[in-house]
Design a protein around this ligand. Structure first.
Ligand SMILES: Cc1cc2nc3c(=O)[nH]c(=O)nc-3n(C[C@H](O)[C@H](O)[C@H](O)COP(=O)(O)O)c2cc1C
Length: 344
């Protein structure tokens, strides 16, 4: 099975769940010669299939789908208790807002990766990538029967070792600079400090067949550096956040173009993610429970977007958050390619 997408340009538009990734963003980067990735996250297969069909209508370029691997909760009664405590805290803290806070059951994981992939059999993507772990046997079987190259997101040397041990050779290597959630396998794990360059080198020297560097790409020179360390492609998130095609809120786009300090927080989702700090991330320490906390805070974030209240939105971005500009995604991709040619 080949792991390569048919992209002509080594830029993959990162899947960015929670709004930024749209069919238009995926299509624009694929049309520019790169590849787009739909943020399947933990949505239903039918919802993902709809996004994929919409994207296919806009481009003939390569389009992947990204899925989250779910983790079984071992101590359900403790999870329930901790969730309820955090829910009560949020209800009191935001009592003036017209929000219905979902229950534990409503916040549980709904779909298996196999279910999600089976919904794509009739019109498959060009590749599938996994985040928060490795695809289980059932999902791998379906991916294989669909002829789909499988990419796995690794956020540490240990994950790279484990992926290679499992025979997975296409690795999205995600360093500490990467915006959004870090792809640690367990929701209780804290991410390591290794940079993208360090992990790319480690994966390439370790024998990975196809390395995609994710984290901190802000210029064509950064791409050249990653290719020099052994990457074949780069997965770029932050640079596309403020594009016309990105679904990030307008105030979120203002924040990322202004730039500034970002920090790791579990506040919005229960899992560690890198982004701008806000009132919510400054005040609250939630339990390490995913996707429960993510789903619990979803109505707060939706209310904040609708009311342009940036303090209650999760604005994920990479470190450093600089060089992020407004404009079309094609312009950003072309600028990165021009800079790459100059750097080579
Ligand atoms: C807003 C946002 C949302 C993200 N959502 C996802 C996601 O759904 N799946 C995923 O694998 N990675 C996600 N990521 C991480 C990216 O895939 C990628 O690793 C990261 O953006 C690369 O670093 P950069 O932001 O410095 O370019 C997200 C990143 C951002 C900024």
């Amino acid at each position: 099975m080949t792991h390569h997408s048919s992209a002509k340009v080594p830029i993959v538009a990162a899947p960015m769940a929670g709004g930024p990734t749209t069919p238009e963003l995926c299509a624009a980067v694929a049309d520019a010669g790169g590849a787009g990735v739909i943020a399947g996250a933990d949505r239903s297969g039918e919802e993902i299939a709809k996004d994929l069909a919409e994207t296919r209508n806009l481009t003939r370029g390569p389009i992947g789908v990204n899925l989250f691997v779910s983790e079984q909760i071992t101590d359900l009664s403790r999870a329930h208790r901790e969730f309820s405590q955090y829910r009560t805290y949020l209800m009191k803290r935001y009592s003036e807002l017209p929000i219905r806070w979902p229950t534990f059951e409503e916040c549980s994981h709904s779909w298996s990766n196999r279910d999600q992939l089976e919904a794509l059999v009739a019109a498959p993507p060009d590749f599938v990538s996994f985040t928060f772990g490795y695809p289980d046997e059932e999902a791998q079987k379906v991916a294989e029967s669909m002829g789909l190259p499988v990419w796995v997101t690794c956020a540490s040397r240990e994950m790279i070792d484990e992926a290679l041990r499992r025979g997975l050779g296409a690795l999205i290597v995600q360093g500490a600079e990467a915006g959004g959630h870090r792809s640690v396998t367990s929701m209780t794990d804290d991410p390591g400090p290794e940079t993208t360059a360090e992990l790319v080198e480690y994966a390439a020297l370790g024998g990975a067949e196809h390395v995609i560097a994710a984290g901190g790409i802000r210029s064509g020179r950064d791409i050249a550096t990653m290719l020099g360390h052994g990457a074949e492609q780069v997965q770029v998130g932050t640079m596309f956040l403020a594009t016309d095609e990105s679904g990030l809120s307008d105030e979120g786009k203002d924040l990322v173009t202004k730039g500034g300090g970002v920090a790791l927080t579990r506040s919005f989702s229960g899992r560690p993610a890198l982004g701008f700090t806000s009132l919510v991330s400054d005040e609250a320490v939630p339990p390490k429970l995913y996707p429960h906390i993510n789903k619990l805070t979803a109505p707060l974030r939706a209310w904040a977007s609708a009311n342009r209240e940036v303090e209650y939105q999760s604005i994920w971005a990479g470190d450093p958050c600089r060089n992020v500009a407004r404009g079309s995604a094609a312009e950003i991709a072309q600028r990165l390619m021009r800079e790459l040619e100059e750097a080579e």
